[in-house]
Design a protein around this ligand. Structure first.
Ligand code: ADP
Length: 414
């Protein structure tokens, strides 16, 4: 089965074509055939496509909306000159899987998209005003372009965290607010944390219920997840992705009183303060330079910029704090797993985040830590570390493709 996996942002569309079926899933033999990205939809868009094992195709062209972007991708995908093995026409795409950010409380696993599902995702716009509308644009576009014959599946970022117990997901505000408006922690990056749990159990040869790990997804957006007996027990993002760890431009944990204080002092509206906390805080806010950790490391290594280092240290300290908190919450964990852009590439953040945690049984091997970059997967803890530390490159698209395949075939979802 060839699955088109779509991830649509407000002005971007990312895709992969993944070949999978139930047997391939079982054997771990499913494979990505091609991928692409269109950025800056709505103006002169930047386009890059690649068939696995071949060179990248890059171009720029005006693209007005997500439907036009999808048609642009499809024209490339089915072009005989592109040469994706097994794909000669649009009929060779058997299903579409959509990354969907917020499933609210309704969606605890992936679902086939129909009018009722679309209506529910629309109803959740309230909860995810920045994320669900662009996801919906992808869904509307794909339904129009493919028609009703090609099944479409929504895979929710929040679904993996639906196993959190009440005492993790409730905020300590009047319970009526949860009852009336569903104000609670939902968590995000669920597809990534789920993949990390899956890879960990493959690497360790364990059954799902034996997975007791802390998954650290550290990218521009960052979240921690306490996975106990294979299920999400707690996570650091909240009702929105603003909460928890420090991020590229988001503040993470914050005293809510600060919101009112900034609004008062700066004479700004609530929206303006939230914009500041979402877009001008985190690594960018502290360094005053950039949200990009790689550049901050460069600023520190080359120019000894004090605030670049402060931003790096704060980021790592917050990660360390969550490791400690989740260790306590879980009653100990067997491993800490780092993933996403920073987790997969920054030996410096991983070293700092694990520093001083020997008392918890966490000890890194410096050489392994320094080597485990650029998409490598493996252990970075010392032989005598009680808790294993892994770097595991995430692969959300694979989970999306597998769930899409299972839903379409009515196979049980994990
Ligand atoms: P997202 O998907 O949330 O946009 P990514 O997972 O792509 O984010 O992570 C982006 C972050 O990873 C950036 O801060 C970037 O600087 C960092 N990063 C990527 N490569 C490296 C590297 N080699 N060294 C340090 N940081 C890196």
């Amino acid at each position: 089965m060839n699955i088109l996996v779509l991830n649509t942002g407000s002005s971007s569309l990312k895709f992969q074509i993944i070949r999978t079926d139930l047997e391939m899933i079982e054997k771990g033999e499913d494979e990505m055939l091609a991928k692409g990205l269109i950025e800056r939809i709505g103006s002169q868009a930047l386009i890059s496509y690649q068939v696995v094992g071949k060179g990248q195709y890059k171009s720029a062209s005006p693209i007005k909306d997500h439907k036009q972007a999808l048609n642009h991708c499809l024209a490339w995908i089915v072009d005989p000159n592109t040469g994706i093995p097994g794909i000669e026409g649009i009929e060779d795409i058997h299903a579409v899987g959509h990354r969907t950010v917020h499933g609210g409380e309704q969606f605890t696993s992936s679902v086939r998209i129909d009018d009722a599902v679309i209506k529910s995702i629309e109803d959740n716009i309230d909860l995810a005003p920045l994320h669900n509308p662009p996801n919906l644009k992808g869904i509307y576009a794909a339904r129009e372009v493919f028609g009703p014959k090609v099944p479409q599946v929504a895979v929710f970022d929040t679904a993996f965290h639906s196993t959190m117990p009440e005492l993790s997901f409730l905020y300590a505000i009047p319970y009526q607010l949860y009852r009336r408006f569903k104000i609670r922690k939902y968590g995000f990056h669920g597809t990534s944390h789920r993949y990390i749990g899956y890879r960990y159990r493959k690497l360790e040869n364990l059954s799902r219920d034996k997975v007791n790990i802390i998954s650290m997804h550290l990218g521009n957006g960052a979240s921690a997840c306490a996975i106990k007996n294979g299920k999400s027990m707690d996570t650091s993002m909240g009702m929105s992705p603003l909460d928890g760890l420090m991020m590229g431009t988001r503040c993470g944990d914050l005293d809510p009183q600060v919101v009112e204080f900034i609004a008062h002092k700066e004479n700004s509206t609530l929206e303006e303060v939230l914009q500041l906390l979402n877009k001008r805080s985190g690594l960018l806010g502290i360094s005053g330079l950039t949200h990009d950790l790689r550049d901050l490391e460069l600023e520190w290594n080359e120019y000894k910029d004090r605030r670049a280092k402060l931003a790096i240290d704060m980021f790592a300290a917050r990660v360390r704090k969550y490791i400690g908190a989740y260790m306590a919450e879980m009653g100990g964990a067997d491993a800490v797993c780092f993933t996403a852009g920073i987790g997969e590439n920054s030996a410096m953040i991983r070293r700092e985040a694990c520093e001083g945690l020997e008392f918890l049984g966490i000890k890194l091997d410096d050489k392994l830590n320094n080597e485990m970059i650029g998409g490598k997967e493996g252990l970075i803890s010392a032989k005598d570390s009680k808790v294993k530390v892994y770097v595991i490159p995430t692969n959300e698209e694979l989970i999306l493709a597998r769930d899409t395949c299972r839903v379409v075939l009515n196979a049980p979802l994990p």
